[in-house]
Design a protein around this ligand. Structure first.
Ligand code: HEC
Ligand code: HEC
Ligand code: HEC
Ligand code: HEC
Length: 389
């Protein structure tokens, strides 16, 4: 009769052992750094073995050669250079060689170009790349409050791949069963972008695309009715905080004293950098990524049809400072640390595969006429285009 007891005991111990040796459990050695006064619980814990792998994955590639800034300007040499026109020929070539290594080392130049016509914008990746150049310039010029002098290059996000490893999109929410579960608020499924927790799964669009307030903490000891945020908003904030912690490979204490999560005067300085980072990421997503939606094919979008967007992990990739704070920018000062023209073409008119120049309004030039008249045969007539839409 009492046979179930030994069974339960052995099943219990097996489960306990499994939880220690199974996936997701950090085995020692763990390295602990004290970052605040003794007794305040301000410690950062890091898995030592994991650190070795991260160090190996975060080595900065050297520039292919040192570019000569003298000589004719790219805009005078080439037909369709809209953003990088101020570079010298050598700087322009060095930049093309570098982005090939950073984005498409296997496919090479042809990943963005028709080799027969380098000036044409018929390959969609070239149109995206031009906008990404403007985006990276904006990061380095407008967001020094976050990226400092270290700055960012395409490599910070791309690391030799056309699509960065870490990005986010609107995840499909499971259908509710009905009744009381009707509004599940994105809960109790794996929140891939919220540290694989069961916290609300789709919060990044509120905080890293839209500018939803991140204020849930009460500032008084007893309820006064002034804090209208409840559990739901707090959990959404927490999900974002999990995304941020996971992206940087840190604990909450890197930015907060958990005694009072809201208090800025008790927070480490990293929290201020993170505050600017949140604003920077909103700017990147709202003003650069979303605008490219008509250019990207469906295979480059999430299940809800939105483009892949930038999160903290896109640059940070699990470390507190991307690439351990080593700057690549000094080799690309003229291309990426200052702004070229910031005008944007009307991306909704883009026709991939057609010889064309995707230029901002008012910039269509003799070149436009030249490009299209030469290849009139491949330009889709208006009518068939509308039929395709
Ligand atoms: C990741 C995409 C990408 C890759 C890879 C790439 N390019 Fe480019 N290329 C561009 C963009 C974007 C422009 C336009 C820049 C601008 O408008 O300021 C451009 C422009 C050019 C131009 C000027 C053409 C003209 O007449 O207007 C040349 C030449 C060129 N690239 C050569 C190369 C070579 C050679 C390689 C390989 C070593 C290469 N590119 C790889 C994106 C790319
Ligand atoms: C802040 C991060 C970030 C930076 C910096 C960045 N990119 Fe991107 N890039 C992305 C993301 C995310 C995507 C994927 C978007 C999608 O597929 O919906 C992308 C997509 C692209 C694509 C399209 C690839 C394809 O096959 O669809 C090209 C080309 C590209 N980037 C070029 C560049 C170049 C060139 C630079 C530097 C001038 C650069 N990127 C800088 C985040 C970044
Ligand atoms: C990389 C820095 C960083 C990390 C790591 C981080 N936070 Fe935050 N946290 C912030 C910033 C910045 C804000 C304020 C955001 C704003 O105002 O836009 C914030 C706000 C909050 C708030 C709201 C405070 C208020 O005034 O209502 C809570 C609660 C919070 N964080 C909890 C956490 C928890 C829990 C963790 C760990 C899972 C965590 N944070 C990890 C930077 C961080
Ligand atoms: C465009 C790439 C990029 C993105 C996206 C990005 N960061 Fe950063 N971040 C950087 C760079 C570069 C530094 C190093 C700046 C320096 O050393 O001056 C940095 C530094 C930081 C630091 C300071 C670390 C320290 O110890 O001083 C924090 C905290 C941080 N980022 C948080 C975030 C958060 C949170 C997000 C998402 C909301 C984010 N970052 C998104 C590039 C990025």
């Amino acid at each position: 009769m009492k046979l179930w007891i030994p069974f339960a005991v052995s099943a219990g111990s097996l489960l306990t052992i499994a939880s220690f040796v199974g996936a997701g459990w950090d085995a020692p050695p763990v390295e602990t750094t004290q970052i605040g006064y003794r007794g305040t619980g301000m410690y950062i814990h890091r898995d030592v073995e994991n650190q070795e792998a991260l160090k190996a994955a975060n080595v900065v590639p050297a520039a292919p050669w040192e570019a000569d800034p003298a000589g004719d300007r790219a805009r005078d040499i080439y037909e369709n250079v809209q953003v990088l026109g101020d570079l010298s020929d050598d700087q322009f070539n060095q930049f093309m060689a570098s982005i090939t290594e950073w984005i498409s080392p296997e496919a090479g130049c042809n990943y963005c170009h028709n080799p027969e016509n380098l000036a044409s914008d018929e390959v969609y990746q070239k149109v995206v790349a031009r906008r990404m150049i403007q985006m990276t310039q904006a990061i380095n010029v407008d967001w020094q409050s976050h990226v400092g002098q270290v700055g960012a290059t395409c490599y910070t996000c791309h690391r030799g791949q056309a699509i960065p490893v870490n990005y986010w999109y609107e995840d499909l929410e499971p259908k509710p069963a009905g009744g009381m579960t009707q509004n599940r608020a994105g809960q109790n499924v794996v929140a891939k972008f919220g540290g694989n927790s069961s916290l609300p799964q789709n919060v990044l669009k509120d905080y890293l695309l839209d500018a939803k307030q991140i204020r849930v903490h009460s500032t008084t000891a007893l309820p006064t009715g002034t804090n209208l945020n409840g559990t739901k908003e707090t959990e959404a904030t927490w999900s974002l905080m999990m995304h941020m912690s996971e992206s940087l490979g840190v604990n909450c204490t890197t930015c907060h004293n958990s005694r009072a999560f809201n208090a800025w005067d008790e927070s480490p300085p990293q929290r201020v950098t993170a505050w600017h980072g949140i604003r920077m990421v909103r700017d990147i997503n709202a003003n650069y990524m979303v605008g490219l939606t008509p250019v990207f094919p469906d295979t480059r979008k999430g299940p809800e049809g939105d483009v892949f967007k930038v999160g903290c992990a896109t640059c940070h990739a699990g470390v507190q400072k991307p690439l351990y704070g080593v700057s690549m920018l000094q080799d690309y000062v003229d291309s990426l640390a200052k702004k070229g023209p910031t005008d944007v073409p009307d991306f909704t008119t883009y026709q991939p595969g057609t010889t064309q120049r995707m230029a901002p309004a008012g910039q269509s030039s003799a070149l436009q006429t030249k490009l299209t008249s030469e290849t009139a045969a491949v330009v889709l007539p208006e009518a068939s285009q509308t039929a395709n839409d």
